[in-house]
Design a protein around this ligand. Structure first.
Ligand SMILES: Nc1ncnc2c1ncn2[C@@H]1O[C@H](COP(=O)(O)OP(=O)(O)OP(=O)(O)O)[C@@H](O)[C@H]1O
Ligand SMILES: [Mg+2]
Length: 438
């Protein structure tokens, strides 16, 4: 009994270990079975957040907080840097690079991933009371779209991180296949299911043949009829919402002053794209970039826009604004119209977001996601009406617009909702048990 399964997600992660009957998810923060994929590196040793843990040693000594505590340390204004969406760095050139966390201190991206996996393993070893040597790691269908070499490099980096943490035996399974195994536990007949796992970083689809009898088999290769995915999901929705409802308050879409006889020039837009993309936000804070932006004041017909932009840049509010966009998206999904409070930029500044505006911002992405789902079913050699069930998992399936669009594409399939945040980890656990106890 020394194996486990890890769902290392773009936004949330979980780890499963063996239990008396089957597998169970390990409590990661208090009773919570999933935890934000977030690390806060603390750079002021004399003023540490209460949840700070020491670094493991060697080259990696900075104290840090994980999960909700990491986000809280950031909100509370402790000195240091919050890292999120680390998974999206896998397969990019950044993974071997060092990023500054403050006070001239740097951390290698791969070490951030390693440190996070180590924390998950520590929590699971504490809960299970035994050292864990074998692991199944979930992986998206594609870490990187349309680039097999970079995709392979992404998996190799994740494997290297798992090895550095102390896992000796490492296997991978596709995240949506894992979700299908979770679905199958409650399945009463043999059928084809299309799993839609719409998370933070990727929208993944699989067509799997499931059934009570098949669930007992260890070899399932023939039951996996198709696997497909696209790199568009929750964090892209946040970016679009921010570009539609927050960045215009900072000048996006605006124009420069009209100079006699000349049509006004549009405000250059690149900074707004960088400010809404997690791993690019810090590039906007580089001193040379800040100076360049300061000099661009004459591009702005509305001086308040430039003033707000400079406030965001000089006070490093980019990550906080992405957080506002995400919170607004979830608020609208759960309860209709909301107000985005931007008082951190300027007293009294705010903008509304209603369901129509949110739908509008998501529409372009939506079509590509539904097209990916249709392609997956086609690759499986099935007609849409041959699907028995449509299984929804991943946080972004909280968006009714998205699940409605998928249901409309497969009207004959029964829609089933899984545990949005835990289904993949549960399924990876079931697979780990079959693999390591076979
Ligand atoms: N109620 C909700 N409505 C809409 N979106 C939501 C809701 N709750 C969470 N989300 C979004 O779900 C995403 C996180 O989902 P999840 O935890 O499944 O992703 P992940 O597994 O970390 O990512 P990935 O599988 O892509 O690596 C985030 O973008 C979050 O904003
Ligand atoms: Mg996921």
């Amino acid at each position: 009994m020394n194996f486990c399964a890890i769902d290392f997600g773009t936004s949330n992660s979980a780890i499963a270990i063996e239990a008396d009957s089957g597998m169970r998810l390990v409590p990661l923060e208090g009773e919570q079975l999933t935890m934000p994929t977030a690390v806060f590196y603390c750079t002021d040793a004399d003023d540490l957040p209460p949840a700070a843990l020491p670094g493991p040693g060697g080259d990696d000594t900075l104290p840090r907080c994980f999960g909700r505590a990491a986000v809280q340390a950031y909100i509370d204004g402790y000195e240091g840097r919050l890292m999120r969406s680390m998974k999206s760095v896998l397969g990019t050139a950044l993974i071997d690079q060092t990023t500054e966390v403050g006070q001239g201190l740097g951390v290698r991206y791969l070490d951030i991933v390693t440190g996070y996996l180590r924390h998950l393993r520590n929590q699971a070893e504490k809960a299970g009371g035994q050292p864990l040597k074998q692991v199944v790691l979930g992986r998206p269908v594609y870490f990187v779209d349309d680039e097999p070499e970079r995709d392979a490099a992404a998996q190799a980096s994740l494997e290297a991180a798992a090895r550095a943490v102390g896992f000796a035996d490492i296997a991978f399974q596709f995240e949506p296949i894992a979700a299908a195994f979770d679905f199958e536990q409650h399945c009463t007949q043999e059928e084809h299911v299309l799993v839609a796992d719409i998370g933070g970083g990727t929208s993944d689809f699989s067509v799997v043949r499931v059934g009570p009898e098949r669930a007992r088999r260890t070899e399932r290769r023939d039951d996996i009829l198709a696997n497909h995915g696209i790199h568009i999901a929750g964090t892209d929705f946040d970016r679009h919402l921010s570009l539609a409802r927050i960045m215009p308050m900072l000048g996006l879409g605006g124009f420069g002053p009209s100079v006699l006889g000349q049509p006004p020039r549009p405000v250059p837009s690149r900074v707004y794209f960088d400010l809404t993309t997690w791993h690019l936000i810090n590039t906007v804070y580089q001193p040379s970039r800040v100076a360049e932006l300061r000099n661009m004041v004459e591009f702005y017909g509305e001086p308040a826009h430039h003033r707000r932009l400079m406030k965001v840049v000089s006070e490093r509010l980019g990550h906080a604004l992405v957080g506002r966009a995400e919170a607004a998206k979830i608020a609208v999904a759960e309860g209709g119209a909301t107000d985005i409070d931007l008082g951190l930029i300027e007293a009294g500044l705010h903008n509304g977001l209603d369901a129509d505006q949110a739908d509008q911002a998501l529409r372009a992405d939506l079509e590509r996601i539904v097209a990916c789902a249709r392609d997956t079913v086609q690759q499986a050699g099935l007609k849409p009406e041959q699907l028995g069930a449509l299984y929804f998992t991943g946080g972004s399936t909280g968006l009714k617009l998205l699940t409605d669009a998928l249901q409309a594409a497969f009207p004959g399939a029964r829609a089933v909702r899984g545990d949005r945040l835990a289904s993949v980890a549960t399924g990876l656990g079931l697979y780990a048990k079959r693999l390591f106890t076979a």
